[in-house]
Each structure stands twice: as C-alpha cells, then as structure tokens.
Ligand binder design. Structure first.
Ligand code: ATP
Ligand code: FE
Length: 357
C-alpha cells in the first residue's frame, strides 16, 4: 500500500511517499525560514501564502522522486491538526481534492501522534514496544507522552509557556552567540562545549530548574532569570567571554536538567501505574544536542532498576516536521479500511488524548 502524505501544520511544507513496508520513496520538505525572519515567530498569512506557493511543486517533486504517477498511489494522508488553521487548510484541501479526483481513500492525521510513532518506522530492526515514553523537544513543542498503543497517548508533561527550543534560541541571541548555518540553539551548545572547566564559576548564579517534583515543564522562569542576570551586570556588553560561556553552560544544564527530572519522574510514575516501559524515544530539533543525549543516557540508566530501558534517537531529518511521519501514522488506518470522509475538516486544536473522539 503506497501513501502520499502532505504536512502543512506550521511553517514547513512537506510531501512524502511511503509504502506499508516502511520504504520511504520520497521526502520533500520546503522550509520557510527566510519568510519569517524579522517577525519573531511564524507569521500566519505569510505561512499560508508560502504553503500555497510551494505545495503543488512539492507534490510533483515527491511523485517524481518516487518515480510514480498520482494514479499509482493507493491513499492520500494529510495533517488534520493540531496546528495553524490556515496552514492546515492548504494541505487538507489539496489532499482531499487529490483523493476525490483520483477516487482514493483519505486519512487525516494527528501531527503529534505522527511524531510519536516515527520511531516505529526508523527503528524498524528493533522498534520500541508499547508502552513507551516519548519526549518531543523542538521549537514548537516540549512534550512528554506515554504511548500505550498507536492510538492511545497520555500527556505526562507539557509546557504552559515557552518551548525548550525557543528558549535555546532566545538565550543564544541574548548572549550574542554567532550562529551562521548552525542555528542559534546548536550554536549555544557549541559555544559552551568547553565551558565545563568553569562549572561553579562564582560570577554565574545557579539558574532555576523549575517545579521540582512536578511532571510539567516551564521555561519562562529560566528565560527571565538569564535576562535578569545580564541586566544586573549592566548588559551583555559588560560580560567577558568566559562569563558568557559559563552562563550558556549553566543555562544548558538547567534546561536539560528539567528534561532529566521529568523523564525520571515519568519512569517512576509509569512503573507505579503498572506500565512496563522499556523504551524512551527522544525526538525534535533539540534532541541533536550532545549534552542532552549524554545526560538522558545517565537518567535512563539510573532508572532502569534491573530491566534495561533503551534510549532511542530517530534520525534528525525525520524528527523535525516532515510528511513521512504523516504517511506512516496513517498507514494502520488505511490497512484497516478505517478512512475519513472527503468532507472531513481540520482540527487546529486537537488533544492527543482524544484521538478517536
Ligand atoms: P516544530 O517542528 O516543533 O513545529 P521547529 O520546526 O522549530 O518546531 P525543530 O526543527 O524540530 O523545530 O527544532 C528546531 C529547534 O531545535 C530550534 O529551536 C533550535 O534552536 C533547536 N536546536 C537545534 N539543534 C540544537 C542543539 N544542538 N541544541 C539545542 N537546541 C537545538
Ligand atoms: Fe512538529
């Protein structure tokens, strides 16, 4: 069974062709970064315009790389939600119209479910077994989920304020770390890589880890603590390079420390609730951070208590927004004949705990 999928929930336009055996025949992602520079976030109208401009070409490219014609595809999937209403609409209309014209079935997919199920595709030789934990850390999300089946998820922790990726970006900019092609988050990691020697430096205060003992994230307090420290020092121009490095390192320790603590709590909670978790899947742009990987390895190792818990990092290209994951998450529904009506509408706000409601 071959699925063509469209992802357009935020700022990236994705189209992919994937088979039921897990073969990725094509994966086209058109990013919009340049469109939104200067707005300080995704600009809704500009994002819609970019999807409208890019989607037809992306569909053609995805088919051509897959060496298929539209009529060779067996089903069309699209991201139904959550996401920006206008953006979702562009992908949904295209997918439904294509499907109706070709007389093929259509499936609307939950974007976060798709992120969570990606590891089942990428780790095909040793896929995580249910129940597993999945930690999604990106520019758009900071989310810890318990997946008990392909369609049943429980949100263990999320952030009411900023996402971890956004805060990495903002702190990196505040510290005036040059980032070129790396992006601000990865540049921050680079900048403080050698700062370990300055651990415990007198000039940098300990930054808050936020809500100890509670399974929930929050990064606004950490963000403003960094801002406050810089201000009390008389501005970023008054901090020498080694202090800036020490501050970046302490920020990274505090941000990742929060992830460590919540994963530890989640594993403990899961065990208490009778869920035999053997895998922790970590994905999203921030998951490429080497310090995070090292710390989570220790966390998961500590929490194993006899039965080993595997830490899984799917490849970055499939952890950031893409249509491969949308195709893959739709597959079990196509195969079961559980498909949607052509009249189905998008769901910009859609709780992952209510997939079938
Ligand atoms: P989403 O996919 O959730 O809608 P997004 O497109 O912003 O949002 P990603 O592309 O998954 O998210 O991730 C980008 C984020 O990851 C950025 O905030 C970036 O700074 C951060 N990031 C990338 N590499 C690193 C790193 N090595 N350390 C810390 N943060 C990083
Ligand atoms: Fe996403």
């Amino acid at each position: 069974f071959t699925v063509l999928a469209i992802e357009s929930s935020a700022d990236d336009t994705g189209v992919a062709v994937v088979t039921s055996s897990g073969q990725i025949l094509s994966n086209v992602v058109i990013k919009q970064h340049t469109v939104h520079e200067g707005y300080g976030g995704i600009h809704p109208f500009e994002a819609v315009r970019a999807h409208q401009r890019n989607l037809p070409g992306a569909v053609r490219d995805a088919l051509s790389v897959a060496q298929l014609r539209a009529t060779d595809v067996d089903g069309i999937a699209f991201t139904r939600g959550p996401g920006m209403r206008g953006c979702l609409g562009v992908g949904a209309s295209a997918a439904k119209t294509l499907a109706a014209a070709l007389d093929k079935p259509v499936v609307g997919v939950h974007h976060m479910q798709a992120h969570a199920l990606t590891a089942l595709l990428t780790e095909a030789s040793a896929p995580p077994t249910f129940p597993f934990l999945t930690l999604l850390v990106s520019g758009g999300h900071t989310l810890l989920l318990l997946a008990t089946s392909r369609t049943e998820f429980r949100i263990l922790a999320t952030t009411p304020d900023e996402s971890i990726g956004r805060v990495f970006d903002k702190v990196s900019r505040m510290l005036e770390i040059p980032w070129t092609s790396l992006g601000p988050g990865a540049a921050l990691e680079d900048f403080c890589r050698d700062a370990a020697v300055q651990e415990g430096s007198m000039t940098v205060p300990n930054l808050p880890r936020s809500m100890p003992g509670v399974m929930g994230f929050s990064f606004a307090g950490l963000h403003s603590a960094v801002e406050r420290f810089i201000r009390t020092q008389g501005g970023i121009g008054c901090l020498d390079e080694s202090t800036r490095r020490a501050l970046a390192a302490e920020f990274q320790r505090a941000a990742v420390g929060q992830l460590e603590e919540k994963v530890r709590l989640a594993l403990k909670w899961s065990r208490g609730a009778g869920h035999d978790v053997r895998h922790v899947v970590v994905s999203g742009g921030v998951a490429s951070n080497a310090y995070l990987r090292e710390r989570l390895r220790l966390t998961v190792g500590d929490a194993s208590l006899g039965s080993p818990i595997a830490l899984v990092f799917p490849p970055p290209a499939l952890c950031t927004d893409n249509a491969v994951m949308i195709a893959w998450a739709s597959m079990h529904r196509f195969l079961a004949g559980d498909v949607d009506e052509y009249s189905i509408l998008v769901r910009p706000k859609w709780n992952i705990e209510e997939l079938s409601v």
